[in-house]
Write a protein that binds this ligand. Structure first.
Ligand code: NAD
Length: 252
């Protein structure tokens, strides 16, 4: 029970990797709150976990909008107390043509996949600084280091998260707050399934390069995230954990 007495807040916790993080965190003894734009799914998931005896709260929020995130954060803190650990998980895919991509589309995407990491920090850091303790974990991606064609500007947003994490880990480390990233490879979630539906040839191509002959499960990402949230990772700060079955080692 490595997260006993902790309040862990997860963004995008209704499905995919986020839902697996919510589950692993409650199983490790945490009080877990999560937000999502998918309200029905979020409410149903929270209810299901509460029925199993876990302490879980859901609040609707769009991480791309600071006001929405703040309303959720404040309501969840009022119920569960200060956030001891936050997981910036909510994210969407974008593969655009840089010529036709509009400013509005850029802002929308970057608001969710990049700026939200700053916005959650803005909300949780004051209490963490006062407590001189806290952990922030953001889900980046293997795309932060290597990417493939027609994925603009997804890799930029994910690389940005790692840079921002370096800034935060240096500034907040002396205040007892650790800031890290987890970079998944191919992980079987609704997001990946949608991509395979759009580009069916990618399913076979992606499988062919997997060093372990399979893709990852959301629970396999979650285990690394809850480790980073816990005191077991007490000297881990500013690190990026690749959880990709070894795909990053492949040259071609
Ligand atoms: N699945 C993969 O292969 C993979 C690989 C590398 C990185 N990632 C990253 O992992 C994270 C989770 O991805 P996933 O595959 O579980 O995605 P998913 O689409 O399966 O689940 C994402 C969840 O976030 C929610 N969400 C989306 N936009 C939101 C917003 N604006 N505000 C609040 N919630 C929002 C969705 O409703 C959903 O419940 C993302 O940051 C993604 O970029 C995924």
């Amino acid at each position: 029970m490595k997260l006993n007495d902790q309040h862990i807040f997860v963004t995008g916790g209704a499905d995919g990797i986020g839902a697996a993080i919510v589950l692993d965190a409650v199983e490790q003894g945490a009080r877990v709150s999560f937000c999502d734009v998918s309200v029905d799914k979020g409410n149903q998931y929270a209810q299901l976990l509460r029925k199993k005896g876990h302490k879980v709260l859901f609040h609707e929020a769009d991480v791309g909008k600071f006001d929405s995130l703040k309303i959720a954060h404040d309501a969840l803190v009022a119920e569960f107390g200060m956030v001891n650990g936050v997981v910036n998980n909510a994210g969407i895919n974008l593969g655009a043509d840089p010529v036709t991509l509009t400013d509005e589309e850029w802002e929308h995407f970057m608001g969710i996949d990049f700026k939200s990491v700053w916005h959650t920090a803005k909300l949780v850091l004051p209490a963490m600084r006062e407590a001189h303790k806290g952990s922030i974990v953001s889900i980046a991606s293997l795309h932060a280091r290597m990417t493939f064609p027609k994925y603009f500007p997804y890799a930029g947003a994910k690389a940005g998260i790692i840079g921002l994490t370096h800034n935060l880990c240096l500034d907040e480390g002396p205040k007892g707050i650790r800031v890290n990233t987890v970079s998944p490879g191919y992980t079987l979630t609704p997001l990946l399934e949608e991509w395979f539906v759009k580009l069916p040839e990618k399913r076979t191509e992606s499988m062919a390069v997997q060093p372990m002959g399979r893709m990852g499960k959301p629970s396999e990402i979650a285990k690394v995230v809850t480790f980073l949230l816990s005191d077991d990772a007490s000297f881990v700060n500013g690190s990026d954990f690749l959880v990709d079955g070894g795909l990053h080692a492949r040259f071609a």
